[in-house]
Design a protein around this ligand. Structure first.
Ligand code: HEC
Ligand code: HEC
Length: 216
């Protein structure tokens, strides 16, 4: 059993506690996470710093899998460090609406308040990302990436508001995600990604994974 699943089995108690807090807080929390993010962004350096500090605290449970600074401890769990806050909020919304399927993450996202989501997102965005596999050889993956992927994910795979950062991402998470898009297996639905992986070709997935996980 993967180690991170052991943690999820221990979760129900804290989830139940969190859920009851959330229900109580929900009525007093009318604005969405994106409104909180906009407010933080407009609040100047001191406001941003305060939100990041609060985000670090709110992310204590996430650290079990995604790492203390969003650099994952497991190859099948994604890094969140260096991701754009708007992308992170978009994925949290997708888990909550069921558009993105992962039983554990869908349940866990319900315990976060909208303010915590925004604070966690700005905390993670500011964290540095080391290559997940510094020794991996970039090889032909670099060329394949420039041709098939860079127009959306950026020349250096650093992503943006709507496109996830891929540079330094965990190799098994990349591999798994690309096969899921290719097969349109339903965990995530995004037809342009299915088209892109089709264009890349299944046999070239490994080369691109090697390239991306070797990047800083
Ligand atoms: C038990 C392990 C575990 C814990 C704890 C956990 N996650 Fe996750 N998280 C995962 C896994 C595994 C995935 C990938 C799911 C998939 O394959 O689609 C994921 C995916 C995500 C993603 C999508 C990332 C991307 O690149 O698209 C976000 C955002 C996220 N988690 C945020 C959080 C936050 C915030 C917390 C804390 C409140 C948290 N997670 C706690 C295991 C965990
Ligand atoms: C048309 C723009 C576009 C192109 C071209 C594209 N992507 Fe994406 N990619 C996206 C978007 C948008 C998402 C997020 C979709 C979602 O929410 O499921 C994504 C998601 C991903 C993810 C999941 C990342 C994560 O953190 O969960 C991986 C891995 C990925 N792309 C790799 C690639 C690779 C490799 C290529 C080239 C073969 C590629 N993409 C080409 C737009 C694109």
């Amino acid at each position: 059993m993967p180690r991170f699943l052991v943690i999820s089995l221990a979760l129900p108690v804290s989830l139940a506690v969190g859920l009851s807090c959330f229900t109580a807080a929900a009525a007093a929390e009318p604005s969405g996470a994106r409104d909180h993010l906009a407010r933080i962004t407009q609040s100047g350096p001191a406001g941003l710093k305060a939100a990041q500090d609060a985000g670090r605290k709110a992310a204590f449970f996430c650290a079990n899998c995604h790492g203390e600074t969003g650099v994952s401890k497991y190859p099948e769990v994604p890094n969140l460090a260096g991701q754009h806050p708007v992308y992170v909020l978009g994925q949290i919304e997708a888990f909550l609406s069921g558009k993105r399927k992962d039983a554990f993450m869908q349940g866990l996202m319900k315990v976060l308040s909208d303010e915590e989501k925004a604070q966690i997102a700005v905390f993670l965005a500011a964290q540095p990302v080391p290559p997940s596999r510094p020794g991996a050889v970039a090889g032909e993956g670099r060329e394949l990436f420039s041709r098939n992927c860079a127009r959306c994910h950026g020349a250096e795979a650093k992503g943006g508001e709507t496109f996830p950062r891929l540079a330094g991402q965990q190799d098994e998470y990349l591999r798994r995600s690309l096969h899921r898009y290719l097969k349109a297996s339903g965990e995530r639905i995004y037809p342009p990604m299915t088209a892109a992986v089709n264009g890349l070709g299944e046999k070239n997935i490994e080369a691109v994974v090697n390239y991306l996980s070797s990047q800083p």
